[in-house]
Design a protein around this ligand. Structure first.
Ligand SMILES: Cc1ncc(COP(=O)(O)O)c(C=O)c1O
Length: 283
């Protein structure tokens, strides 16, 4: 009989179900999404579902009914009745005894949590401190994989330095992205928003794409190019972008004060335009 032990209790392996035999736990063998709602409506659901479908395809989990995932997201959202919600879900390759090579005909496991999201307007004015860390992640960061150990370690280090986000720096010395956010710089004179081009080094952030749209609405141009930490530290304004917080100004970069220690003028404009954009998307 195959057995397992959970803390002090031994039980037959056959009695283990999710999550103990989940390949997500053994290997981080799965992908995830984080979605939010604004004012009682799930925001950018199609965009998140299509990124989820792409992530699944890239890690070769096939035959997932995305319509069913959509249904589950909306069911949970209706049930919880939060105007502003954070919706996390993941799918792993399935459950079985630990073996790197997955068995055939595994049934993927789906898991979702939904909680209330509290926006933080003070941080939008004050901004956050960030610190740079080596990017220890794998070579396919465009996949929203459950393997987040390098991100976690970078965040622990950032926290020790009093920073709320870790900005990751690749082996070539250029900034890739935040441990859990897209990273942007602003050239005030040129009225330009700068961010790294998409590629295997970064997640195709949904908020990043929206920042491009919002920047156009605000009359700013956008440019996709890499930045070294020193170049970023010399920029007029910096900010990060992520689904749960949209745009957050960065007012301290590796201990250097940015834009006078408060939200920069153009970043503030983007924050406001983002609000308009969200409203324009609601039915
Ligand atoms: C590494 C990384 N980059 C960027 C983002 C921002 O992505 P999105 O705008 O889709 O939330 C996230 C969000 O979790 C992330 O983990």
């Amino acid at each position: 009989m195959d057995v397992a032990i959970i803390n002090d209790q031994m039980l037959p392996m056959s009695e283990l179900t999710i999550p103990y035999l989940d390949r997500g736990i053994f290997f981080g063998d799965g992908v995830y999404e984080v979605i939010r709602s604004y004012y009682g409506e799930v925001f950018a659901l199609d965009e998140h579902l299509s990124r989820f479908a792409r992530s699944l395809k890239e890690i070769r989990i096939f035959n997932v009914d995305i319509k069913d995932v959509r249904k589950k997201v909306l069911e949970a959202f209706d049930r919880a009745e939060y105007a502003n919600a954070k919706i996390y879900f993941h799918m792993t390759r399935g459950s079985e005894d630990r073996n790197h090579l997955p068995g055939e005909n595994l049934k993927p496991n789906f898991f979702l949590t939904l909680s209330e999201l509290h926006d933080d307007p003070k941080t939008k004015q004050k901004g956050i401190a960030v610190s740079t860390h080596p990017d220890w992640r794998w070579k396919r960061c465009d996949i929203k994989s459950l393997n987040l150990l390098p991100n976690v370690l970078a965040r622990i280090e950032a926290d020790k330095q009093g920073a709320s986000e870790a900005i990751l720096v690749g082996d070539d010395g250029t900034i890739t992205e935040g441990a859990g956010s897209a990273f942007f710089a602003v050239d005030g004179k040129e009225k330009t928003v700068i961010t790294r081009p998409l590629g295997h080094e970064i997640l195709p952030s949904i908020t990043r794409a929206m920042v491009f749209q919002v920047a156009r609405n605000a009359g700013l141009s956008t440019i996709e190019r890499t930045l070294r930490p020193q170049q970023a530290a010399g920029c007029d304004e910096l900010f990060i972008a992520v689904t749960t917080k949209d745009i957050v100004p960065v007012t301290c970069f590796d201990g250097k004060t940015i834009s006078g220690g408060k939200c920069g003028e153009l970043t503030g404009k983007l924050v406001e335009e983002f609000k308009q954009f969200v409203r324009s998307q609601s039915r």
